[in-house]
Design a binder for this molecule. Sequence first.
Ligand code: SAM
Ligand code: SF4
Length: 493
Amino acid sequence: MAKKLYIETVGCQMNVLDSELVVGSLRRQGYELTQEPTEADVILFNTCSVRQHAEDKIYSALGRLRYHKQRHPSKILGVLGCMAQKDQALVRRRAPHVDIVCGTGQLARLPELIAEVERTGKPQLALSLDRKAASRTEVEQSFESYDPLRDPSMRPSRFQAYVRIMIGCDKFCTYCIVPQVRGPEQSRRPDHIIWEVQQLAAEGCREVTLLGQTVNSYNYRLGDGRHTRLSDLLIRIHDTPGIDRIKFITSFPRDMSEDLLDAVRELPKVSPYLHVPVQSGCNEVLKRMKRLYTVEYYQEMLARCRERIPGVAISSDFIVGFCGETEASFARSCDLVATAGFKNSFIFKYSPRPGTKGHELFTDDVPEEVKKRRNNDLLAIQNGVSLADHLARIGTKVEVLVEGRSKTAFKHDSSTGPIQLTGRTPTDHIVVFEGNERLIGQFVTLAIREATAFTLFGDVVIEEQVGVEQNGSQRFPAAPLEISVPRVSLPLI
Ligand code: SAM
Ligand code: SF4
């Protein structure tokens, strides 16, 4: 009987991709996935260290499995990813029933570690070097980019995929643990990336999202003086038959180069969408965060993006309650959100991270209830801005890639007709609409009818379809709409 694998993932897109790849490689070893941890022979937690809350979640889950492991000692429990790399000893101390602790840069060794636990019954540790423990080259070598063969059945959707183009980060923002747990910034070889995208396209993937902590810093040096930038990579990926949409996240404000903006404007398959976190609207806070830019620089960069890419949508991240953030400095973040025109903002309460410069140098002096209030206040301002942006889109036509059923769709019976689906525009706006389930994975044109701060609502544009009865009873053709719905192009405002 096949062995069973359970995996739980916390954190960013990079972790989601790592989990997909881990599952793919273990399935090739004969494992089957289960949704029930107590049924599994191997239970894995792919962890995040960016905020304390993410770590607490994992320790609670591990605590719940303590008794299960006592009763079934042959079951294997593994902690993977950022928390494993950061807190190797602590994980073993707080959860001694864990068998495997495997850092972000060592995931390729997982099958071997599982085999070793099975053989010896002893805990296994696989970690990369601490950034201060050795030379840059040695540390780099210990953080291996994990890029095994993809398994289409393991992706959240067959037609969308993340593609890692770089690992690590060298920016060392003072609040952030990522440079420690994901290692030095290293760009992947362009030909390996292109090959992976071609493979994905051959498996039916239509949209790729290129991933990097500072994705626009991508720069692969060929050794003969030549180098490949993100813009060069986009041009090469653009030629891949079958790939219709290309996105990239997350960008660093200082590295938003002209060639990249030109590539986004000129390449029709590249989404006019940029995620460029600012973190704060106050220069003093930005300085303490060591973000390497001022608010004025950031605003000038925004203006440049909008001038070079008409219709571009820009989203941001903010941290509220960072050390020394006064009401006056918070008010500057509010002003920035009110005026910058972000499509949306991800807002986080500062969580001190031992091992970062911020934790070493500054006091976490903003009380939790103040952080909570600032988080809510900033979110309320952003919601107003998002609503205005959404309302302005009513009456326009957009093209979406249909991602799946909307959360409310399950209330409907899909066998009796249209259900609620969601799709995403090239500008990353979510649109909910009624349609046939067969539209999932297809590009569809929608007319926007209504909007809230979070969602657009639309209707399939049917007048351009060929061979469809328009009597209201059959709004969707029997054949896949890939054939019958012509694509329209954006951008629009
Ligand atoms: N590399 C990306 C960048 O520089 O924008 C983001 C990476 S980080 C995983 C995602 C977001 O988490 C950051 O943009 C920041 O807003 C937030 N974050 C990072 N460290 C944090 C901390 N210690 N407390 C709260 N939020 C944090
Ligand atoms: Fe963290 Fe800053 Fe690097 Fe982003 S750029 S991963 S916030 S250190």
